[in-house]
Design a protein around this ligand. Structure first.
Ligand SMILES: [Zn+2]
Length: 207
């Protein structure tokens, strides 16, 4: 009989140290000799290596999750190979999971008592929820916000996309990989002001 596992969702805006928190958690498991594994969707091609790396330099090896990966089957196969249940699974960039993959993780938690901690963004650059995040909000046992602060002092809510001139972009595809050069975490109020500013700049161009 396995213990009761939980499906966790820890969300925050870009730059809220989600990855650093994941890596710190991994480090703590290692210190205590607790088996764990790290995974992340392969959509993030900032690095080609199968590692999770934070801005502060630390990294851990991870397994790729592809769009067609059945996470239930994938993990059960690993449990079989290792002849034990891995009690902790850490997932980075969980917003890029499909809704079905989140359900597969939930089933893994319920059938094996595994704990799955998903780290990710709540919404995209247009303030709309990502597929994986939406499903996590719907079915996760525990939801925590990782807070960070806008330059004005308010809490960041929006992952605004910016162009090379630092102007806020409001059109485009949902997924566009980038770091500080392409995104800025803003509070809702600053996001609105920056959009107005960008619209004014654009209209000046056409006058
Ligand atoms: Zn602000």
């Amino acid at each position: 009989m396995n213990g009761f596992g939980k499906l966790y969702f820890r969300y925050g805006t870009m730059g809220s140290a989600k990855t650093a928190l994941l890596l710190t958690t991994a480090y703590n498991f290692e210190e205590r000799g607790m088996p764990y594994m790290c995974m992340k969707p392969s959509i993030d091609d900032r690095e080609k290596e199968n590692v999770i790396q934070s801005r502060i330099g630390i990294k851990r090896e991870c397994s790729w999750i592809f769009p067609d990966t059945d996470l239930y089957e994938y993990c059960v196969k690993i449990f079989d190979e290792q002849m034990k249940v891995i009690n902790w699974i850490l997932i980075d960039e969980a917003q890029f999971l499909s809704s079905a993959q989140v359900d597969q993780l939930a089933r893994l938690v319920d059938d094996f008592g595994t704990n799955v901690i998903c780290y990710g963004l709540r919404t995209d650059f247009q303030s709309k929820m990502f597929e994986g995040s939406k499903r996590l909000f719907e079915v996760a046992d525990t939801i925590d916000e990782i807070k960070s602060t806008c330059t004005c002092g308010r809490k960041t809510i929006i992952n605004a996309r910016i162009d090379s001139n630092g102007m806020v972009v409001t059109e485009g595809s949902q997924v566009e990989i980038g770091g500080d050069d392409k995104y800025i975490a803003l509070c809702r109020r600053c996001w609105r002001n920056r959009r107005i500013e960008s619209a004014e700049q654009n209209s000046l161009k056409f006058e």
